[in-house]
Design a protein around this ligand. Sequence first.
Ligand SMILES: Cc1ncc(COP(=O)(O)O)c(C=O)c1O
Length: 389
Amino acid sequence: MSDEKRFSTNAVHAGTQHIEGAVNTPIFQSSTYQLTDERYEGWAAGAQHTLLYARLSSVNSEAVVEKICALERAQDGELFASGMAAISTTIMGLLSQGDHIVASSDVYGGTYGLMTEELPRFGIETTMADMQDPSSYEAAIQDNTKMLYIETITNPVIKICDIVAMSEIAKKHNLLLVIDNTFASPWGCQPITMGADLVIHSTTKYLGGHSDIIGGAVVGRADLIEKMFIKKVHFGGSPDPHNCYLLERGIRTLAARMPIHCSNAAEIAKRLEGHELIDIVHHPSLSTHKDYELAKRIIPKGTGMIAFTVKGGDEAALKFMRGLEIIFEATSLGGVESLVECPFNSSHMFIPEDVRIAAGLGRGFVRMSIGIEDVEDLWHDISRALAKV
Ligand SMILES: Cc1ncc(COP(=O)(O)O)c(C=O)c1O
């Protein structure tokens, strides 16, 4: 039998440090470490995994990096203070003035802002293509293109990206393929096995799993991570040891939580599809979903994210949302509790209505991150709130 452990065993055990016989990695709440000859030597040899100063690495960050790498089948990784710190350090750390990225206008809003408002100030240009159409990425490649940037599942319309096709294009043109895998989690998809060079997570979401931390991670090719380490040290978006401790605790139950998120979401999607007050349901478990076949290859175990439109438009959606009692109105996703938001008055409030509609966010659009509560209680909450609309 292969010595390589399976996913749930790695989620529990990989990287966990049994210091002084502790079952869990203890919290090493120390900003700096004693300088010994061994550490001076480690520093001289590159410092990446040498315990010197917690902006570089800490006992707790090292434990988590090893765990995420085991789950994503990555060679190495770095942790960050937020998902956006991970994304900005990846792009600004690996690209330079005059370089070009191909991305998609439906990337996460913060990433879109970084690409359209910040990167041009430093001479890095982005062309927005369509993540659902790999040929549009290929068509957008220029002589100075260095990176293709994609997301496994788009927000909020839950479209799926063909990572394998994107990786073929990246390899053909000798480009880096960077993917934000936050919405799928490594349980749902392991993009490195499909050809991605670097995988990014907002660990705030499924990896942390309890809506109690903000964090980020980048894992992938060791040569790229070595470069990223220096950039993290220079840009400074490193996580605190206590944050890493909570993240490690969250990841240990990832493989237990994810099947419930996904089966709850699939069940609710099925029931919503048959409801008289619901127009369109976006969930890849439904045969009506545009990416139903593709999803079987890319995220075969599903997703806990769901979106739908309530008949009666944004006002009806708002009334429905405010009628919910268990499902909590808040932005973010991936925690044990179900969360709901209407993009028109939250994440997409600054985007003109016609642009929102063109992007698939029809009037009455609602996004839900389905938690691990009992599905019958969730359905009761949803159907009762719909009855009040
Ligand atoms: C897909 C995706 N990537 C990145 C981020 C940014 O992560 P953070 O809020 O941890 O900075 C988010 C946040 O919602 C996200 O949904």
